[in-house]
Design a protein around this ligand. Structure first.
Ligand code: NAD
Length: 443
């Protein structure tokens, strides 16, 4: 691709039509050039991957579909880094350089952006150091391990003027965009309740303390989290079910499905409606005996002045049909329901109401990556920008703070912080960093 201004103009305008951004403009509409630093030179972005597990590699593959060169790969597990480098070399014809320490990768001047696909407890430091190194980011969800990290990361990215797309690709998926457009048009009526859910079948079994595989630097993998021995079932992929490294199903799928509920209750664009209080209950009721520490059964309620939001996870879907979804209930009992694969509008008596056509080109992950690349080029904020996604992430952590505190936790939407003391001593609020790792301070 050439670096001509003509190409830049074409990309900016074709992005608007190809992604439906200009036509529908319901997400990412409140974008601003002033908030992000300009690129020093106009050129095709070169990216590096930090965290070459399942999602990091899936994302990288899509970047390569968009003809983006991948020059570097970093992972603390040499086998994952090597497998990713093999895949990348096969697809783009050039082998990326391999790193174990993300700080070394970030020293490279030729990288414009990084894809961050590390586990949740390892999002904050690569993100903040990438912002300081003036890299843009495609950062996986949930943005952080806890509320304090989310606030710090959003502040760091704002201060350094970065373009950051969080991996909540439902914001670039036609069914979700159309359903939200309908809800926010007011056609359904005033929303009095939103419900979000995901079934939970995760059972990690009983692990045995053992030596980690020789390719894995396990101490580095644990990083700023509390050191716990390697057990086989508490590391790759399964870290999501442990409070030490993640936020359970609420941080895993909740951040996708609750995000849609918060956008539907919001004012439009990327605005998410922030609650005044969270309370919930649950436990390890379905699988009491495995090593997982996060609940497999959870029912949370978020309080708003004129509405209520329910988040539910257990083995049975709320609507009895779809293992994930978000539903809006209007004052007249009519509903909009959206899940991965479709959406519906129904009357109180369950009769279908005709749906408007879905937007063109909103094909999920592919459109989400395209939106990021266009924003890197035109210096606008992407649909899942970090300022907006920090709020959704914080709401998910607020739910978990209430679960861990065992009672209601109040929230101050202006300060984006817990109000009062309840919830503040939980891991969902803030963790102690294990030396030598420290979290930098940002306002
Ligand atoms: N957007 C989505 O739909 C979606 C889907 C799945 C996962 N995710 C997110 O993607 C992220 C990764 O999830 P996953 O399932 O791929 O996990 P994974 O365990 O398969 O991969 C994580 C990789 O990061 C590596 N890693 C850990 N610490 C590192 C460090 N300090 N530096 C470099 N590499 C490090 C691990 O060795 C591993 O290879 C998570 O945040 C998860 O929530 C998003």
């Amino acid at each position: 691709m050439s670096d001509s201004p003509t190409r830049r103009h074409f990309l900016a305008s074709s992005a608007a039509s190809a992604t439906g951004f200009g036509m529908f403009n319901i997400l990412g509409a409140r974008t601003s050039r002033a908030m992000v630093a300009p690129l020093s030179a106009l050129k095709t972005p070169v990216v590096g991957l930090i965290g070459a597990g399942g999602m990091g590699r899936a994302n990288t593959n899509v970047f390569m579909d968009h003809k983006v060169p991948v020059a570097a790969v970093c992972d603390v597990d040499a086998s994952h880094a090597g497998a990713a480098a093999d895949e990348i070399e096969k697809k783009q014809g050039k082998r990326p350089e391999i790193y174990k320490d993300f700080r070394k990768l970030l020293e490279r001047q030729d990288l414009d952006a990084v894809i961050i696909g590390t586990p949740d407890h390892w999002h904050a430091l690569p993100c903040i150091h990438a912002a300081e190194a003036k890299k843009d980011m495609y950062l996986e969800k949930p943005i952080s391990h806890d509320i304090h990290e989310a606030r710090t990361m959003a502040a760091a990215c704002a201060q350094h003027g970065r373009v950051v797309q969080v991996g909540t690709w439902q914001r670039s998926t036609a069914d979700f965009v159309a359903a939200l457009d309908y809800v926010r048009s007011g056609k359904l009526g005033r929303i009095v309740m939103a419900r979000a859910w995901k079934t939970d079948e995760a059972n990690v079994g009983k692990g045995q303390v053992q030596d980690p595989p020789k390719e894995l630097d396990y101490d580095f993998w644990v990083g700023p989290a509390e050191f716990v021995p390697y057990k086989g079932n508490n590391c790759h992929y399964n870290w999501r079910w442990f409070w030490n490294t993640a936020a359970g199903m609420t941080g895993d799928w909740g951040v996708h499905m609750i995000d849609i509920a918060l956008l539907g209750l919001g004012k439009g664009g990327d605005d998410v409606a922030l609650p005044l209080e969270a309370y919930n209950d649950g436990g390890k009721f379905a699988f009491p005996d495995d090593d997982r520490t996060t609940p497999d059964t959870q029912l949370a309620v978020l309080k708003y002045p004129n509405a209520v939001l329910q988040w539910e996870t257990n083995r049975r879907p709320i609507d009895g049909e779809h293992d994930n979804g978000t539903q809006f209930i209007a004052e007249n009992g009519n509903t909009v329901t959206v899940w991965r694969g479709g959406w519906s509008i129904k009357t109180k008596d369950n009769q279908d109401i005709e749906k408007p056509a879905n937007p063109e080109g909103m094909n999920g992950l592919n459109a989400h990556v395209r939106n990021f690349l266009d924003c890197v080029e035109n210096r606008q904020q992407p649909r899942s920008n970090i300022a907006s996604m920090a709020k959704t992430t914080i709401v998910c952590h607020l739910i978990n703070a209430s679960y861990l505190a065992g009672g209601p936790v109040r929230f101050n939407p202006e300060k984006l912080d817990i109000e009062g003391e309840a919830g503040k001593t939980t891991l969902a609020y803030r963790r102690n960093y294990r030396a030598p790792w420290t979290l930098p301070s940002y306002a």
